[in-house]
Write a protein of this length. Structure first.
Length: 252
């Protein structure tokens, strides 16, 4: 696999930004390639997946590009007051990847996933933009954040009020509410996992129950582990296998 850091000007953010990308260098791998957009958590950036996991080794042999964008602390959302991180990913990053790399610029060629804030972002974006993604996964996602933020995150509330507004529950950034509004026949393949000792486990259980209550097919698993890189490095391998199956990928 080859690796690069792409520096670009984000029209949506009105600033320079970057993403890291791992892509095939094996000439035997068929083109066009599929793309896995892999999102980081609240305290990290676009370098973290390649620094803390063996993601490059895990996708070796697959006709798959892994794009790791920088979402700042923006929850991959167009802030009520602030930066438009949703548009940056959906329009600027995906648009640049589609134009630059030999990839399938369509739903059947895209997957999205992430951890914690990125798990929330992947599920939220995968549901809101279900016409763009065939497959979605979340590790340790803050999936009920928009419903519990005012109770659990009071110490940083001003930051999140600027992003989501004062009443995010049931709004356009609430995955629970999105499930209730969209055509269930267009929901991407979904996989959710969380460590049993993770502080976000109850949010993941609640979203799993919500999906079950609405008869939404999905994979849900709990494993030993906490909110840390030992857990994510291990279980991103299962996410890759999940996406490879849904994207119809075969190893060389």
């Amino acid at each position: 696999m080859a690796f690069a850091q792409i520096n670009y000007f984000s029209t949506s953010l009105q600033k320079a930004s970057s993403f890291n990308v791992v892509f095939p260098e094996d000439r035997a791998l068929p083109r066009p390639w599929s793309v896995f957009y892999l999102l980081h958590g609240l305290s990290d950036d676009d370098t973290i997946w390649v620094r803390r996991t063996s993601i490059e080794r895990y996708v070796a042999g697959l006709p798959l590009v892994v794009v790791m964008p920088d979402g700042g602390r923006g929850f991959y959302t167009n802030a009520v007051e602030g930066l438009a991180y949703e548009d940056d990913l959906i329009k600027d990053v995906i648009g640049l990847v589609d134009r630059t790399f030999p990839v399938k610029p369509e739903r059947s060629g895209r997957a999205i996933g992430g951890l914690s804030m990125g798990g929330y972002g992947a599920v939220k974006l995968g549901l809101k933009h279900h016409e763009m993604f065939a497959s979605v996964n979340s590790h340790s996602g803050a999936l009920a954040f928009t419903r519990e933020a005012k109770h659990e995150l009071n110490h940083t509330k001003p930051e999140f009020v600027r992003i989501f507004g004062k009443s995010p529950q049931d709004g356009p950034e609430d995955p629970f509410a999105i499930i209730e509004r969209i055509d269930h026949g267009r929901i991407p393949a979904l996989r959710i996992d969380c460590g049993k000792d993770d502080f976000l486990i109850e949010q993941n259980r609640a979203f799993h129950k919500h999906l079950d209550d609405h008869h939404i097919p999905h994979e849900y698993e709990e494993f030993p582990g906490a909110h840390d890189w030992a857990y994510w490095d291990k279980h991103v391998q299962e996410a890759i296998a999940f996406h490879a199956k849904n994207l119809g990928l075969k190893t060389s």
